[in-house]
Design a protein around this ligand. Sequence first.
Ligand SMILES: NC(=O)c1ccc[n+]([C@@H]2O[C@H](COP(=O)([O-])OP(=O)(O)OC[C@H]3O[C@@H](n4cnc5c(N)ncnc54)[C@H](OP(=O)(O)O)[C@@H]3O)[C@@H](O)[C@H]2O)c1
Length: 319
Amino acid sequence: MGAALALAERGRGRTAPNPNVGCVIVLEGRVVGRGWTQVGGRPHAEAMTLAEAGAEARGATAYVTLEPCAHQSPRGPACSDLLIEAGVARVVAALEDPDARTAGQGFARLEAAGIAVTRSVRANEARRSMAGFLTRQALGRPHVTLKLATSLDGCIAMADGSSRWITGPQARAHAHLERSRHEAILVGRGTYDADAPRLDVRLPGLEARGPMRVLLSSTAEDLPGWTVIAAPQNVATLPRVDHILVEGGAAVASAFLAADLVDRILLYRAPILIGGGKPALRDIGLTDLAQAHGRWAIVDARQLGMDRLEVYERERNEA
Ligand SMILES: NC(=O)c1ccc[n+]([C@@H]2O[C@H](COP(=O)([O-])OP(=O)(O)OC[C@H]3O[C@@H](n4cnc5c(N)ncnc54)[C@H](OP(=O)(O)O)[C@@H]3O)[C@@H](O)[C@H]2O)c1
């Protein structure tokens, strides 16, 4: 399942509206097929993996990060049917598919055909891996990551607005890798005017992964090469976007937090002090300190050259 989860990452940010699934087929301890959801959502991971495994899928075990689909589509057959036809003996899955067209029916169809099904293997990792699809299914909007690059004293720019560069090359390369995993990147009008950001992916081999560029502004006219939205909630209307990276600045970050639209924070912290600079955030709508607690959990921390990256996820226990 670890290998299937790693393969699933290859599709992240490129498969909407479909989930980025990974799949591995193993026969007698040997990997005979590997696959992941392709750009645009088809072929599905299982179809690609079965094509590679060929006749060796018979009697094998398929590890898949999401329940195989049960629905026929004009774009391809149901993966549960493909697995049955190929004669796999066992399916190990991480998550049940919340899509109403499958939602347990994929597993039921496999079991009815005599295939052993093991559920919920490494489910938390799969949830993180398919956060875009799952957020779209549950909340009807993309998964939102907020990127902040700050000094030790929490500034995102000098008082005059200059912010190039706060972090070093390793942190910036990591931020570019994150861009490649999102269908869209958003900045505010203030950042657009101050930095004229290109928002492309400047990493060797990944240059073609330029995400959609989105500007948050209530006043901007149409800008060539940009999609303009007038409110944070409008991210839900962006076509084929299940992951969006919000890159600032302070007003935009605060607006997304105030609307409780941020699911994940990437905090890149440089070992510098600015003093009297632009704070990372403005008012985010809290009226007492207790409301600030219990919202964010740290899920990763690492050193990137001189800088520190911490990753936080929104705790949504109310569900
Ligand atoms: N270190 C970092 O990570 C980082 C990242 C990005 C930017 N920066 C720095 O941050 C500074 C810019 O930040 P900023 O706070 O001045 O500007 P900003 O957040 O980039 O943009 C502010 C503009 O966004 C629009 N906006 C904000 N909230 C909105 C809402 N709820 N609905 C509709 N539109 C909304 C408004 O545009 P309209 O007035 O057109 O409606 C507003 O004037 C620059 O100095 C930049 O270099 C730092």
